[in-house]
Design a binder for this molecule. Structure first.
Ligand code: ADP
Ligand code: MG
Length: 258
């Protein structure tokens, strides 16, 4: 059975897509079979893994709205063990089209069902919103990773996200867990960065991953090559930190031994 993890935070630019791409590629490097589901109409994790969103015929949108099979829509990548269920811009319309559908919050869960035995991990990259597609992702998921940027207003919006997760646990997915809070774009030289780490760990304690993701240029430039950092520069601090995160998560989920 796959472990399905959604990467969510309605704030934009906190590192959701960077985490989806690089955590997935690092889990794949640990020989875990991984599927990235791109649930953001901006399709950044699709393009960041080397697939041109303009050439995508079947995306998660067709799987959710038109009943196209997920197995037929999955694309392989240049990375071993790593597949993508891509997105394209039409996903923007899905929110509106699904509004009147019965069971509209469970469309992604049903769409992913046929894949549940094909992967060790299914990682869902969410859009910066708490709209219907993100609700679908949180309903389909076993757990959620919340990236928090080590910047001003780091905790802004986090209350609302945690409240949304509580509502989903109550009404749609009682088993949804918080996999962890991930501190991203950490800069050891900045007092602010260190203050955010302290504040978040004091407040959320064990919920925070041991692994910190540093601000690293290789993480921001590798998508322009259509590659995760581990394939672009495996020795970079960014690639190594995501590999550490992958080990932390794979060990916690007993997929690999520590
Ligand atoms: P989100 O998906 O939450 O909107 P992204 O992952 O797209 O956020 O990140 C926003 C921007 O910050 C992107 O340009 C990305 O390349 C950059 N970025 C994300 N994480 C890092 C990091 N650890 N170091 C350097 N740049 C980063
Ligand atoms: Mg994104």
């Amino acid at each position: 059975m796959s472990k399905i993890i959604a990467i969510a935070n309605q704030k934009g630019g906190v590192g959701k897509t960077t985490t989806a791409i690089n955590l997935s590629a690092s889990l794949a490097a640990l020989e875990q079979k991984v599927l990235v589901v791109d649930a953001d109409p901006q399709a950044n994790s699709t393009s960041g893994l080397g697939i041109n969103p303009k050439e995508v015929k079947n995306s998660i949108y067709e799987c959710m709205v038109d009943g196209v099979g997920a197995k037929e829509s999955v694309q392989s990548t240049d990375i071993n063990y790593l597949d993508v269920l891509p997105s394209h811009i039409d996903l923007v319309g899905a929110e509106v089209e699904m509004v009147d559908l019965e069971g509209r919050e469970k469309k992604m869960k049903s769409a992913l069902k046929p894949l549940k035995n094909d992967y060790d991990f299914i990682i869902i990259d969410c859009s910066p919103s708490l709209g219907l597609i993100t609700i679908n992702a949180l309903t389909a998921a076993d757990s959620v990773i919340i990236p928090v940027q080590c910047e001003y207003f780091a905790l802004e919006g986090l209350g609302k996200l945690l409240q949304t997760i509580k509502i989903i646990q109550k009404r749609l997915n009682k088993d949804l867990e918080i996999e962890g809070i991930l501190l991203t774009m950490y800069d050891v030289r900045l007092r602010l960065s260190n203050q955010v780490v302290e504040e978040v760990t004091t407040h959320f304690k064990q919920m925070v991953f041991n692994t910190l993701i540093p601000r690293n240029i290789k993480l921001s430039e590798s998508p322009s090559f259509g590659l995760p950092a581990i394939a672009h520069d495996a020795d970079s601090k960014g690639a190594i930190s995501y590999l550490n995160l992958a080990k932390e998560i794979a060990e916690k989920n007993e997929k690999i031994k520590s």
